[in-house]
Ligand binder design. Structure first.
Ligand SMILES: Nc1ncnc2c1ncn2[C@@H]1O[C@H](COP(=O)(O)OP(=O)(O)OP(=O)(O)O)[C@@H](O)[C@H]1O
Ligand SMILES: [Mg+2]
Length: 360
């Protein structure tokens, strides 16, 4: 009886080896996704534990697994529970991890005003909507726009010497904007900037997070370097607009990340095209396709195109990003797709166990 039992379990696992994760390109048994397999008189139950809740083919995978197992002789019924446990980024090179935070992802751009903060807040919320635990650090100390875009006002307090985040739309946020609340410009120089960023990373009570997104200030200066060199980033997302000048700066950002051995998870092209709200016609205001070509040239993933759309700006200004204000709109869905791709790239980077990228 015990022998029969282990035979049927083996046949079920063999059947499940035909189900592949399309992003990780390995079967779900090899990936160790199949948990708690039980067989009782032809009734099979198991869980499939994915590496992110933001998996676009969750339902398909469940169906593929069900179909495969139903074909096994002696199986009468299949009960599958879909779960996820986000994998943890590697820590090395003398960098100090943030306790409880699995993956830190920087969002950068060479150039200012390309929509980095807009992209970051929408990605953070989309990931949170998928069920992930998400934080957002506004590392733009001089021009913190995250509080406004996330619709958060208020002052953080400390508990046991640890600064508490403020949250909205399921995202835990920290920003200089919470601490310096008037319009007086901050005139801190390099070492002070470095220490503020370090405090934001290590003295803030981030809790348990799957993804901590960092909205970097534009450019490739002090803050960017200080951050990339001191915290273990799982990777970076680069935002660009399609015109040549912006792309030139995006290339600089990619090279900066590579020099400090941070994996570029991909490029997002923002303000890619204007979609006429009346006739639906697409106009490529700032040229088109440059970010995809840059991604290909550098061998990094292209994560998607975000349209130039007034509801994106309005959402930002009103503190209600488009993924919250109009979750079913095409422009919100664009962010959902991009967030799934980012999550997949994080899983791939962690599976490969490497944040090491060769310097070109
Ligand atoms: N796809 C878009 N469609 C319409 N408006 C957009 C889009 N992306 C960004 N914007 C608007 O453009 C302005 C600049 O965007 P955002 O602040 O996100 O850029 P940024 O790269 O973070 O800028 P900075 O370099 O100053 O930090 C904002 O008013 C924002 O609402
Ligand atoms: Mg910004």
């Amino acid at each position: 009886m015990a022998k029969d039992q282990s035979r049927i379990e083996e046949r079920i696992l063999d059947a499940l080896r035909t189900v592949k994760d399309p992003d990780l390109r390995k079967d779900i048994v090899t990936l160790n996704f199949v948990k708690d397999l039980r067989v009782d008189d032809g009734k099979v139950s198991f869980a499939i534990e994915l590496t992110t809740p933001a998996c676009p083919v969750k339902n398909e995978m469940e169906q593929w697994a069900r179909d495969a197992v139903m074909k096994v002789e002696g199986v009468r019924d299949v009960d599958i529970t879909m779960t996820s446990a986000v994998s943890k980024g590697a820590v090395g090179g003398g960098k100090q991890a943030i306790e409880g935070v699995k993956n830190i992802i920087a969002v950068g751009s060479g150039k200012g005003g390309v929509g980095k903060t807009t992209v970051t807040v929408n990605l953070a919320i989309a990931l949170a909507q998928s069920g992930a635990k998400v934080g957002l650090l506004d590392a733009d100390i001089y021009g913190p726009n995250v509080p406004l875009m996330m619709g958060i006002t208020g002052r953080p307090h400390a508990i046991d010497n640890r600064i508490q985040t403020l949250s909205n739309y399921g995202v835990s946020v920290m920003s200089m904007g919470f601490l310096a609340q008037d319009d007086t410009p901050l005139i801190w120089r390099g070492p002070m900037l470095h220490s503020v960023i370090q405090q934001f990373l290590h003295q803030v009570d981030w809790g348990e997070l799957d993804y901590l997104l960092i909205d970097l200030p534009p450019g490739t200066g002090d803050v960017q370097l200080s951050l990339t060199q001191t915290v273990p980033l799982t990777g970076a997302v680069v935002v660009s607009t399609p015109q040549d000048v912006a792309l030139q700066d995006a290339r600089k950002a990619i090279l900066m990340f590579r020099q400090v051995r941070v994996e570029v998870l991909g490029i997002v092209e923002n303000m890619s095209y204007f979609q006429c709200p009346k006739c639906g016609e697409q106009t490529h205001v700032f040229s088109h396709g440059g970010a995809a070509a840059t991604a290909e040239k550098f061998g990094v993933p292209f994560l998607g195109e975000v349209p130039l759309n007034s509801s994106l700006r309005e959402g930002g200004d009103a503190g209600k990003p488009v993924v919250v204000a109009k979750p079913d709109s095409p422009e919100a869905q664009v962010f959902v797709r991009i967030s799934e791709k980012v999550a997949a790239q994080v899983s791939i980077a962690n599976l490969e166990g490497t944040t090491q990228v060769t310097i070109e």
